[in-house]
Design a protein around this ligand. Structure first.
Ligand SMILES: C[S@@+](CC[C@H](N)C(=O)[O-])C[C@H]1O[C@@H](n2cnc3c(N)ncnc32)[C@H](O)[C@@H]1O
Length: 216
């Protein structure tokens, strides 16, 4: 296993058996995949569950995806083949994207920032690889409030072990919104999911124009 890889074979094998959750996610996967054009990068593509929603627009796209877990990646490649979506699928982490600056029109993230080891570095990387004016579109589950927040804190040590490192209490949207490189277009809180992995938030940010963005 290289430094860019993680390995959760059981999680990968069970991931596509959550059929009820996947049905609830349908309108949100449609949101992620709506009206895509140009060069698009999907972070942490998992088993490729977003690919069937993207495939109808394939003629207008150059679609790239990263996924650091080889067990997930194999399934994603099968999904890409079955849906007829040409995907440049690479083994990489969101914290260290193997692309030049200003490379993409759109970056997509679906339930990935709960799991990345260094969400600050991953957010910087999204800003770096997006073109000025490019769009960052996301769907993420995040920290709750009140007694649910307390419950998430108590359950998190167990949850991260059974859910391949997933953290229940990430301040993901606060991090995105506070980032200098982004202008907020839309952020919507969703009463989606079941405690402790709820609520969800989806939205769109745009990379500010003017000046490059680098982590230096
Ligand atoms: C909950 S799954 C979501 C998969 C997919 N995006 C979906 O919508 O079904 C989280 C995914 O993030 C991946 N992941 C974990 N750490 C990552 C990292 N540092 N960079 C990118 N992806 C990562 C996992 O391997 C897993 O496939």
């Amino acid at each position: 296993m290289t430094n860019d890889e993680i390995s959760h074979p059981l999680f990968a094998a069970l991931y596509d058996r959550m059929g009820a959750m996947e049905r609830l996610l349908k309108p949100h996967r449609e949101y992620l995949a709506a009206d895509l054009e140009g060069r698009v990068l999907e972070l942490g593509a998992g088993t490729g569950n977003t690919f069937p929603y993207v495939a109808p627009a394939a003629d207008d796209l150059e679609y790239h995806a990263i996924e650091p877990d080889p067990h997930m990646r194999t399934r994603a490649q099968t999904q890409a083949n079955e849906t007829g979506l040409a995907v440049d699928l690479r083994g990489a982490r969101a914290e260290s994207l193997p692309y030049p600056d200003d490379a993409f029109d759109v970056v997509l993230s679906g339930m990935v920032f709960c799991t990345v080891a260094d969400p600050a570095a991953a957010t910087d990387e999204v800003a770096r690889v997006l073109k000025p004016g490019g769009e960052f579109r996301f769907l993420e589950h995040v920290h709750a409030d009140g007694w649910r927040a307390t419950g998430q804190a108590v359950l998190n040590p167990l949850w991260e072990r059974v859910a391949a490192g997933c953290q229940l209490d990430r301040q993901t949207v606060e991090r995105f919104v506070a980032h200098d490189a982004f202008r907020v277009d839309e952020v919507e809180r969703l009463e989606l999911g079941v405690f402790p992995a709820t609520p969800f938030v989806r939205g769109r940010l745009y990379r500010r124009r003017g000046g490059g963005f680098s982590r230096e």
